[in-house]
Design a protein. Structure first.
Lengths: 262, 262, 262, 262
């Protein structure tokens, strides 16, 4: 477990569409001068210092910036996307899934609920209710002893956010950490953990492109906590679970009593 | 499984304090002429007809109306209490716990979260946040395929209710069925299932004595669904799990290979 | 909930490969004269009588026998497959997934763990350890109050079975009902429930083609219990969860009375 | 989260009965010269070095060695007991429960399943099946990405152990980490996590007094991993969840703009 002393290698992925689109580019440049990915990476650095090293990757890069080499050296991948889910290459999705099953942590953020990788890992539609108005959002902790909730106020107050509401079509989370309410009355399971294979997944919904939520220090704290929680103890040589032919039994000589076994 | 055709025997328990107190008696007589227990029993009958037979029991009866004989003939027990938790005899609490572990269903309602029986079955403080004002409550379904949510609107709207909010100090429920929001912004895990021993437990929070919530048809539907869900298949001779000395192994002759086992 | 009185419509699906192959055909004809699907359907009828109506479907039929019409009229689908997973059309897999999310029950049996539909619903590799020898299998109940375990001995004894062992790469089941041990010393989570969308899924591992396990009355009992558990309350017009734009908030102008709050 | 750099303060508790009894004393002195508590503490030190500081406490000490002061300075408490559960003072049990709900980690070992503190935290009978013979035990990992399983072989092989088998009457664990099989054919959920309040609990069954299991390096590894997993981030000033009267709502006059909702 000495690996706990090495910095966690995080790759912050962003489709980088709003930032570069004609419609949203100007507003995004003001809100997120370094892009959403830049803001997330900066927040992690501010919170975790030398416990983390970050790089960013975007959709427009070759293999979306997620080559085998990059993923091999990634302990935790964060995923932000909204408008361009379909443009993500299936081979890259498969590769990310394999890495998650092998132990790489994955943080899926906000509208990433509809990404190919999240839907594939969940097995459900991942649909939800939404409203883009000026709702206030409160983020309540329902697992106060969970590492991801450490040092987080109860509730986190976000003045303006897109509403995400139930029913959110996901498997029951392994751990439910946060619930959000909105001034319109809706509720959302906004902080959920899932284990898949050897990997840990955290979905966290606050973070619309129209609001500067990733500058919010409490949100940054949640993401930093989640990175630490999701990082695998094993830093190299991780492998996905596979089919095993156990030819040699352990209890050699076991001879079930035919009279009892009927 | 032929027992599914027999009616479910429900005992509706109420501390019956507000109904008989000087302070609240008059208002309760108007709101719940038959007491909270009478209203709950009536609602179950209205929803389930001859699928259910109900009786009521109250704190002031000998052994609180929960003798061995009554519990033996009870498939599902519902529990409403608020002011008189401490007056419940520990021997009765122990008896109810034993019956739950043996398979009897248990519905714990509203302020019953602080009852001895619920705290004993949960192992936690069962504390929560609250506000007695004129909040509106919405009850959202987060497990749409669950039998307890069958035919229930999304959300249930309750015009006036006491606010119960997180953090609710319970073990993570086995299944989270409902989440409630309040107009003040709070959230509560308002419909939770727990399995303990052979028994099924459902906690459901809507139902303050100051509001006529148990006349609400959607609330009645939830309680009726929950009674059906919590009823054990086995209608008699139920026993709690106990210590078993398995002297005779199944795999007689099993001789672990000392060379492999190291 | 009157629908509970109508018979459950079960479609028993089988790839029907071993039964029709040159290598295994003769032995299968002796072991399972009606095919594995025929044996499963017969067992359900024996256990449930007029509570169930069964039909069978096989890989070689048009659309594998799983047309929209058939699935619309199916409350629970059971899935047995082993050698021909890849031959299942992706469009049919998508259709089955949609119906499960809409509320259709699904029983995945034995080597069906590697089927496209199971892997898609789980999001993991679904790999495991195995050994085809003469292991005895014991099936232990770890959720004695679960409807699927009703009337099932503890343990079920299966004289000869293929060994399936951990690590089984699935999400943590919503409910773990059965654990199997093998005379070689291995263990397997052999009875697991999962909720996905509005649908209930049960995976049950006993049932290799080389042994007549589906004639075993305890195994038949488990399958019958599981069919009843997985059947949706809603018998028609089921729909999968979808994206909802909630334009109108519930709490417009919510003004909880801060003054009366005490 | 700087606290992660401070050593974890572990108190290793033992009823210390077998060690001091006329019947078992001599054998125990050979098997565990420093007592079971001494062996556990030594194993933690060997595995974790200066990441941990241990002290021990035993039943015969004043307040069983578990004063308020000791518990205040304890991040993780381990509990071994077998013959003297009833001798533990209820006030101490209450104190330990409060500390767990406040965030102190708790490891319950082997026959500690029947301790007052474990039964109180679980709310069930905690009964099980057992056989004291010469079974071999295999400990299989079913959550390979869990920190408690890090670096642990699959399976752990224990040449001789008391058999503990299902049905184990506990709530469904929040996370099932290990399953044990025995050469007689039984199975046991031998490594289980539970969150209660702010605290993390791990039950781990290998460790009978008649076998030197706590000298087994793989068992020591599990305990060391569990100590790290159970340690709270917050090292002082921990408080149990309590009742909160939220007089002031958050959403006073909440008026989401219905017009801009699109």
């Amino acid at each position: 477990m000495g690996s706990m002393d090495e910095p966690i290698r995080v790759t912050v992925w962003n489709e980088n569409f709003h930032e570069t689109s004609e419609r949203d580019g100007a507003a995004m440049a003001e809100r997120y001068p370094e892009g959403i990915h830049g803001a997330i990476a900066r927040g992690l650095g501010d919170q975790l210092g030398d416990r983390v090293v970050t790089r960013t990757a975007t959709l427009d890069q070759p293999e979306h910036g997620l080559t085998e080499e990059v993923l091999e050296q990634t302990d935790v991948l964060t995923w932000w996307a909204h408008m361009r889910h379909d443009a993500v290459d299936d081979a890259v999705v498969q590769r990310v899934q394999d890495r998650v099953l092998s132990g790489m942590g994955l943080l899926v953020l906000h509208s990433g609920h509809f990404s190919k990788i999240f839907k594939r890992l969940m097995g459900t539609s991942c649909s939800l209710a939404w409203r883009s108005a000026d709702d206030a959002e409160l983020v309540w902790t329902v697992a106060p002893g969970h590492p991801i909730a450490e040092g987080v106020p109860h509730p986190i107050r976000i003045p303006e956010q897109e509403m995400y509401g139930e029913y959110f079509d996901i498997p029951a989370p392994d751990e439910l950490v946060f619930l959000s309410t909105f001034s319109g009355g809706e509720v959302f399971r906004s902080g959920c953990t899932f284990r898949r294979g050897r990997g840990r997944i955290f979905y966290f919904s606050p973070g619309d492109q129209d609001f500067g939520v990733y500058h919010h220090p409490d949100i940054q704290r949640v993401l930093a906590n989640a990175v630490r929680w999701a990082a695998p103890e094993q830093r190299s040589g991780r492998e996905a679970p596979g089919l095993v032919n156990r030819k040699v039994p352990d209890f050699v000589g076991a001879t079930p009593n035919a009279e009892v076994a009927r």
